[in-house]
Design a binder for this molecule. Structure first.
Ligand code: ACM
Length: 638
């Protein structure tokens, strides 16, 4: 009797899950407010889009590219008399991102700011469900707006270069999930990735390294012996800026200074910290040992380094260096209309400045207390130049050390402390703590994940991040402009691995950025929208990480336990074993909750191994859970 009731209950849960699409809100990010009205509107290629005054044609084009890729048709431009139409009405008074969507009485209407109209169209797309060869949209009304004005993703194209096409693919998906800032990390120790016409050696020399370490970061390093590099011409960079702008994404370039500059100094050593002699840093001017009397493995070199980490060779605070940086930034500002220019500022070892006669002279001349104040002097000069050109500076949180430049915005990456300190000082802040938003960290247990930087950052941990620290007052909270995830690419050499590390965590970022803490709900996200979005991403050719299935246990008749598994991607299959064998596609197909053949009691447990196979036959790593009398438990320590 009990087991029957249990199976019935599971049946209902399954049925509800099956109909979740009809009855629950599948849009990612979840809208701020909405009301389902009951019933559906059927949509097909006979529908058109009627754009009201001032609506940009690109908005419709961008939407049509998506619907074409997902459902194989586009919506034509409808004359306003046609009955089947999506009406777009531009409302200048609505702020960035805001839109209202009404789908009822056979008509669909979206009102919004320009970005709001695109977001409304994407929401419409995400509401479509296929049923008996038809596309249906639930009748509803949505009023939607973002919580944060800055909703960002950083891509490092230095450690591994990515093609312009791949960047565009990322931009498309950022827009689809209502993100609006692409922070493009263009320069670092291991390469320089942007054409600068005045300094051709930046792309002839600094853009290329002869060899790159492979495998984990442990000495002795193993090198691949392959030349790696590349750069974007100014024309290509402008193309990405325009492509992103059509999708309401601003591209923020990052030019690292005064550290992470070894690649520049390989080509232009004269901008380093040491006196020059015959085109090279003067012999004997460079310390051979560091402050702990350890040999410096990071000596001045004229090669672009092929290993990671924090490098000692940094810009020198010379007038020639400032002139070089201003020249570079002048060309950068001409390409990128972004209000913000990111100048790095992180991880600047001061060792060479301590021993550099040039740096010491500036410290004395400017009456600075130490090398930290010298960094602040360096950043403040650059900020002044940017401000004079109508731009604002963003830097990583180390720019707080030695005194923050007067108008700087702080990107808080070493936790939230830097951001909290900056907000208390009345500076704008972007939260991007490495504890929650570093997408180069592992998404699952060690045995299931490819090589990664470190640590354990599963989807749920990302989702549960809130960018407004409680220690700030309501007034100080206003300085938190938004939130960003970062993809450093030391261990990400390919497009497929890039997509694997970004997705599905980008969907969690999307909800963090769009929804306030109170309106987020991980269970709703994981159960309702995630499986559908992943199904779509697969159709769009994205190589996302296949998440684990949610496993739950209930006590059934006679005390035996029943196990239920929830598929993480719509239409996927689960194959499992409970006898300790590895799971593959010959294992048992999960067709619904199953009862264990024995009763688990006390400390007894059994191993559940399973794989998930997506509709396009992508196979997950093998995931494992320990089934115990107290319920399912994770096995791996992360
Ligand atoms: C950083 O991760 N070094 C900003």
């Amino acid at each position: 009797m009990l087991i029957n009731r249990f199976i019935l209950l599971f049946g209902i849960v399954q049925m509800l899950a099956h109909h979740a699409f009809c009855q629950q809100m599948p849009i990612t990010p979840h809208p701020s407010s909405y009301e389902l009205q009951g019933g559906f509107i059927e949509i097909d290629s006979s529908w058109g889009i009627a754009s009201g005054d001032g609506v940009e044609v690109e908005t419709v084009e961008v939407f049509n590219d998506f619907i074409q890729n997902l459902y194989g048709f586009q919506l034509g431009v409808s004359d306003s008399n046609s009955s089947k139409k999506v009406r777009l009405i531009k409302e200048e008074s609505l702020e960035e991102g805001n839109y209202n969507l009404s789908a009822k009485d056979g008509e669909i209407k979206i009102t919004g700011s320009e970005s709001g109209l695109l977001y409304g169209l994407f929401s419409l797309l995400q509401l479509m469900q296929e049923k008996d060869g038809k596309l249906l949209i639930p009748a509803l009304e949505i009023e939607d707006k973002p919580e944060f004005q800055y909703r960002g993703l950083m891509i490092d194209v230095v450690r591994h270069f990515r093609s312009l096409d791949q960047m565009k693919k990322v931009v498309d998906l950022m827009a689809y999930f209502k993100l609006n800032r692409l922070h493009w990390h263009l320069t670092d120790d291991q390469g320089w990735r942007l054409e600068i016409k005045k300094y051709p050696e930046l792309t002839e020399i600094s853009a290329w390294r002869d060899s790159t370490i492979v495998g984990p970061y442990s000495k002795p390093f193993v090198y691949d012996g392959k030349r790696h590099g590349g750069y974007y011409t100014q024309e290509e960079a402008r193309e990405l800026v325009a492509y992103a702008a059509k999708r309401h994404i601003t591209v923020i370039p990052e030019i690292e200074l005064p550290g992470h500059s070894s690649a520049v100094l390989a080509a232009y050593p004269e901008f380093g910290s040491f006196p020059m002699e015959n085109g090279k840093p003067q012999k004997g001017s460079i310390p051979a040992f560091d402050k702990n009397n350890k040999p410096l493995n990071n000596q001045i070199s004229d090669a672009v380094p092929g290993y990671w980490g924090v490098h000692y060779n940094i810009f020198g605070p010379k007038e020639e260096t400032f002139q070089f940086l201003e020249d570079v930034l002048t060309e950068v500002m001409d390409i990128f209309p972004s209000e913000f220019i990111h100048i790095g500022g992180d991880e600047v070892p001061k060792d060479h400045w301590k021993t550099s006669p040039i740096a010491q002279k500036v410290i004395e001349r400017e009456g600075l207390a130490d090398e930290h104040e010298l960094q602040s002097y360096f950043i403040t000069r650059i900020e002044k130049f940017l401000n004079e050109n109508g731009r604002n500076l963003i830097g990583w949180d180390e720019i707080l050390e030695g005194g923050l430049a007067p108008n700087a915005t702080v990107m808080s990456w070493r936790g939230e402390e830097g951001g909290i300190a900056a907000a208390k000082m009345g500076h704008n802040v972007i939260m991007t703590p490495n504890s929650h938003l570093y997408f180069d960290h592992a998404q699952g247990g060690k045995s299931t994940e490819p090589l990664n930087f470190c640590c354990y950052l599963p989807l749920e941990k990302v989702y549960n991040y809130s960018p407004r620290p409680e220690s700030l007052t309501a007034e100080q909270q206003k300085y938190i402009l938004g939130v960003q995830a970062n993809l450093w690419t030391e261990y990400i050499p390919s497009d497929t691995k890039m997509e694997y590390m970004i997705f599905p965590r980008l969907l969690a970022l999307s909800e963090i950025a769009w929804l306030g803490k109170e309106r987020k709900d991980y269970e709703r996200f994981a159960q309702v929208s995630l499986p559908i979005r992943l199904y779509e991403l697969e159709r769009l050719g994205i190589h996302f990480r296949i998440p684990e299935a949610k496993v739950s246990m209930e006590e059934a008749s006679g005390g035996r336990q029943t196990v239920a598994m929830r598929v993480p991607v719509k239409g996927s299959k689960i194959f499992y074993t409970i006898d300790g064998q590895r799971a593959d596609q010959t294992a048992t197909l999960y067709e619904g909750p199953f009862t264990l053949p024995y009763y688990l009691t006390g400390s007894q447990s059994t191993l559940l191994n399973y794989i998930v196979v997506t509709p396009e036959n992508r196979v997950s790593a093998m995931y494992s859970m320990e089934l115990t009398a107290d319920g399912p438990k994770k096995i791996e320590k992360d």
